[in-house]
Write a protein that binds this ligand. Structure first.
Ligand SMILES: Cc1ncc(C[n+]2csc(CCOP(=O)(O)OP(=O)(O)O)c2C)c(N)n1
Length: 319
């Protein structure tokens, strides 16, 4: 227990060191370093199942589960995957990459465990505030709430996806954090035992809470508040850029320009600019983001043609 704060520190420095030169996702993994250490301290993976939704925040998990020496091959040809991958490690309970699958997946595993009569196995899914707002995650919550499975959903709430989170659930979670949510707790209403919000950077508190929840039966949800990019000032300040920043100076966080030569456009920029060109000629074209205006370059259309026509206008134009 005494050595864990040092482990947290070392893990953070190691992630920064490697991603600074090898590139990859940064902010999300930095935000869950304490949570990762706490989870692996309290639970007994791979016997207990841990599913990281999307999986771009699982670098710490990979490093702690036998992949430290090969972590520098992350996302390279013949190297390790940038996402949890079952074929890569028995600690990766489920292959992720597409968001919002973790609740359904962990529920399926918990139900299977129950059928097999395994009483002690714990099932945990860690999901972000952007990913929990999608349809598939709701389907999982809806189903889980009427089961007597021992599942723990950890909501990692940093108020940002790749771009800032949006929508009614985001507003609700903000109100929960401020203590001004009007009605009963939404997760309690769905039959989850809700606890939190807790500070996701307070290692001891996390460990105590996870230990406590271990013996609470039924579906549980722990609401954890974290800061994306935690521990690297620039990454905390520019959370969108530092989601996947490319090469940077590991001490200052300063981005390193690829070269002074003009760079070819990224695929998503070709897509984004083409869409603007087409939409300027055809008012029936509507952009729908995959919850990442920056990553998909739909931000160009949002900036150039920001008005959202009403559904009625759209329908009457189509008729
Ligand atoms: C189905 C699907 N849509 C979109 C994406 C692109 N995407 C990757 S991460 C992410 C947002 C993640 O935000 P959150 O769940 O809050 O996790 P955080 O990065 O804050 O840890 C999105 C939209 C995806 N991976 N899968």
């Amino acid at each position: 227990m005494d050595q864990l704060p040092q482990l947290v520190q070392e893990l953070r420095v190691f992630i920064i060191d490697i991603v600074a030169t090898k590139e990859g996702h940064l902010g999300a993994s930095l935000g869950v370093v304490e949570l990762t250490v706490a989870l692996h301290y309290v639970f007994n993976a791979p016997e207990d199942k841990l599913i990281w939704d999307v999986g771009h925040q699982a670098y710490g998990h990979k490093i702690l589960t036998g992949r430290k020496e090969i972590f520098e091959t992350n996302r390279q040809l013949n190297g390790i995957s940038g996402f949890p991958k079952m074929a890569e490690s028995e600690y990766d309970a489920f292959g992720t990459g597409h968001s919002s699958t973790s609740i359904s997946a962990i529920l399926g595993m918990a139900l299977a465990s129950k059928l097999k009569g395994e009483k002690d196995r714990q099932h945990i899914a860690i999901i972000g505030d952007a990913s929990i707002a999608s349809g598939m995650a709701f389907e999982g919550l809806n189903h889980a709430g009427v089961t007597d499975t021992n599942i723990l959903i950890i909501l990692n709430d940093n108020a940002i996806g790749i771009d800032p989170s949006v929508g009614a659930l985001k507003k609700y979670l903000t109100n929960v954090k401020k203590g001004t949510a009007k009605d009963e707790n939404i997760f309690e209403c769905l039959n989850f035992n809700y606890s939190g919000p807790v500070d996701g950077h307070d290692l001891h508190m996390l460990i105590n809470e996870l230990e406590r929840l271990k013996s609470v039966s039924g579906p549980k949800l722990l609401h954890v508040i974290t800061t994306k990019g935690r521990g690297l000032k620039k990454a905390e300040e520019n959370q969108v850029t530092y989601h996947a920043p490319g090469k940077f100076d590991k001490r200052t966080g300063e981005l390193i320009k690829k070269s002074d030569q003009p760079q070819p456009l990224k695929f998503q920029d070709v897509f984004g600019y083409t869409l603007v060109e087409l939409a300027q000629k055809n008012e029936k074209i509507v952009g729908i983001t995959p919850a990442m205006p920056t990553g998909s370059s739909l931000k160009y259309m949002m900036e150039t043609i920001p008005n959202v026509p009403s559904m009625w206008e759209l329908l009457s134009n189509m008729l």
